[in-house]
Ligand binder design. Structure first.
Ligand SMILES: Cc1cc2nc3c(=O)[nH]c(=O)nc-3n(C[C@H](O)[C@H](O)[C@H](O)COP(=O)(O)OP(=O)(O)OC[C@H]3O[C@@H](n4cnc5c(N)ncnc54)[C@H](O)[C@@H]3O)c2cc1C
Length: 563
């Protein structure tokens, strides 16, 4: 058995190690174009920021260490140039000696990853317009920051690499602008959740230019000017391009393997391509979205590693299946954590799949124990059986463990009723007796049971809601501190029962409070007393996060909220 592997990082190195563990006699050859195998791409921004101090700490293992332990023939600086599927061999080129040769295979695993997008914009070739994929890229950026001490940088693209770069550049004392084409950063999140991060990014001194992209770059004196699609010129010393990645599909497409619509190599659940002897894994492939069942591509290390293992299993004669990806991801943005798993609302809309949503805001641990931080939780679930379809969490401490519980719940096919019942570890420094995950389950279950009827932030500009009367149930000091929704009546929750006589049963009411808990009680009082009432889901906190968009839409259509 002779196994060839193309690409020696997340997917490729994992596949090599797994294949060896399964078959001590197989001949295994791994080709890697670069100098390093199995390096920590995910750590690169933190190396530039100085959080990871030594470059060698990024090397999870070396070619020699992996070769010695697993007896794999590792050929670095060697690029596979083409595949000849009919004769089952590849053409490889040693990039140092320029020598080209053929290597035959019984099975081939492709793990070539994805390359950063560099569209043909004017000035894209400038030496100050850099991107980040591997260790040499990180050295280039780090040594530029070390030597040139740039005062200002523009990060083009607000995905997780862009955000991590902004965070780390600010750590290095570089004033940073993020230029993002969409109206939000972190595309996997829905707008109102990303908007919570927008505020935090700005608080940390980063200029966030949304709905604006880079049009071109030019040198000006010692600096670089980024001209934007909206006609602005932004002067800076350094540009980091992080606008996304493109699957490295050249080898596969030239070999006649099937390629998906968005450029990913098509594979089945065994990670087998359209050729039965060739497998493909990682950023280069298109896989099944676990929730929607549609094809998707995720450039994430977790799926790449798991797929590498699965492909090796199948290549070596075992049966092993990849059941789909949830795209579970998490990013640290200064002191904030933003995470998501499963389907977003916008994805479900795209596929016309029914869903319902709940928003909750909970403390990371018991409020009386010092240091609790609020996290915003968006739960997306099926309106029929309450099956969890997706979750997004933005906050500080403890976001990581809650998103992982949600990811586990989705994988297990759980419903919001299961979340109500989950028994999670609790002591005051870690959680509350009702964990944020339980709370999200309670609120979602209340919606499904009809105990609460909600109105959502993105429905506020609808005509029927314009006719409704908002009731702010918070205390006076809270209004003074953070304002309220234009035109809202102010009735603190404890006074609501006394004020019912002054309300009009012909009108509809939208009670709200800070996060939705008091509003739920208010809604129960109102509805049981015969008033038409709907609770503002997520309360004033969710409204505030999304306010910019609500106001924009409101003023565009000259609606009441713009007053
Ligand atoms: C800066 C950065 C930060 C990241 N942070 C995170 C994170 O926090 N969390 C997360 O989940 N993911 C993160 N990722 C993504 C994650 O690193 C990738 O999803 C993962 O590495 C993909 O693994 P892969 O094996 O498919 O491709 P890669 O790891 O990209 O490896 C592919 C390798 O194949 C080699 N290659 C390509 N073509 C050939 C050829 N023809 N011949 C020989 N060799 C070839 C390439 O040189 C490359 O080294 C990050 C990525 C980057 C760049």
């Amino acid at each position: 058995m002779k196994l060839l592997i193309v690409g020696g990082v997340a997917g490729g190195a994992t596949a090599a190690a797994r294949a060896r563990r399964l078959d001590e006699r197989a001949e295994i050859v791994l080709f890697e174009r670069g100098e390093h195998i199995s390096f920590a791409n995910c750590g690169l921004p933190y190396y530039i920021g100085g959080v990871i101090e030594k470059r060698d700490d990024l090397l999870v293992t070396t070619a020699k260490a992996l070769g010695d332990r697993y007896h794999v023939d590792i050929r670095v600086f060697t690029e596979v140039m083409s595949i000849d599927p009919n004769n089952k061999r590849v053409e490889a080129r040693n990039l140092l000696t320029k020598k080209t040769y053929h290597e035959s295979y019984d099975k081939l695993i492709l793990a070539p990853g994805a390359e950063p997008l560099r569209p043909p914009l004017d000035g894209i070739e400038l030496d100050t317009v850099l991107h980040l994929r591997n260790i040499p890229d990180s050295e280039r950026i780090k040594s530029y920051v070390d030597r040139m001490k740039p005062e200002k940088a523009v990060v083009v693209g607000g995905g997780y690499i862009g955000l991590e770069m902004a965070d780390n550049l600010v750590k290095r004392g570089v004033k940073t602008v993020i230029l993002e084409m969409l109206d939000q950063v972190m595309a996997p999140l829905d707008y109102e959740m990303a908007a919570l991060a927008h505020a935090h990014i700005k608080e940390n001194g980063v200029v966030l230019e949304l709905e604006n992209g880079a049009k071109g770059f030019k040198k000006q004196g010692k600096g670089t000017v980024v001209s934007t699609k909206k006609g602005k010129d932004i002067e800076c010393d350094l540009v980091i391009l992080s606008i996304g990645v493109r699957p490295e599909n050249k080898l596969a497409s030239e070999a006649g393997l099937e390629i998906g619509e968005r450029g990913g190599i098509k594979v089945d659940a065994a990670m087998r391509t359209s050729n039965p002897d060739i497998f493909a894994v990682g950023d280069a492939v298109e896989v099944r979205d676990f929730v929607t069942g549609h094809p998707t591509m995720t450039a994430l290390a977790g799926p790449a590693n798991k797929q590498g293992r699965i492909a090796a299993d199948n290549a070596m004669g075992r049966k092993s299946l990849f059941k789909g990806t949830l795209g579970t991801s998490i990013v640290k943005i200064f002191d904030m954590t933003a995470a998501s798993t499963g389907a977003s609302e916008k994805l479900l809309k795209k596929y016309n799949m029914p869903y319902q949503v709940s928003y909750t805001h909970s403390g990371s641990h018991a409020s009386y124990y010092p240091g609790a931080q609020i996290m915003a939780v968006k739960l997306i679930f099926s309106p029929g059986n309450g099956k969890i379809l997706g979750a997004q969490i933005v906050g500080g401490d403890g976001v990581d463990k809650r998103i992982d519980v949600m990811a586990t719940a989705i994988r297990g096919g759980m419903t919001v009723y299961d979340l109500e019942e989950l028994e999670l570890a609790y002591a005051p420094p870690f959680s509350s007796a009702k964990d944020p995950v339980n709370i999200a389950g309670f609120v979602a279950a209340n919606i499904l049971k009809g105990d609460v009827e909600n109105v959502y932030w993105n429905e506020l500009n609808r005509a029927d809601n314009r006719e409704s009367i908002f009731i702010d149930l918070r205390n006076k000091d809270e209004l003074e501190e953070s304002g309220t929704i234009p035109g809202a009546l102010h009735v603190p929750l404890n006074d609501l029962r006394d004020k019912l006589e002054s309300l009009d049963k012909e009108r509809a009411y939208i009670p709200f409070c800070a996060v939705g808990q008091r509003a739920y009680i208010g809604h129960r009082i109102l509805s049981q007393k015969g008033f038409k009432s709907r609770n503002l889901s997520g309360g004033y906190r969710t409204y505030l996060g999304a306010k910019e968009k609500i106001m924009k839409e409101s003023s565009a259509t000259k609606l009441w909220l713009s007053e």
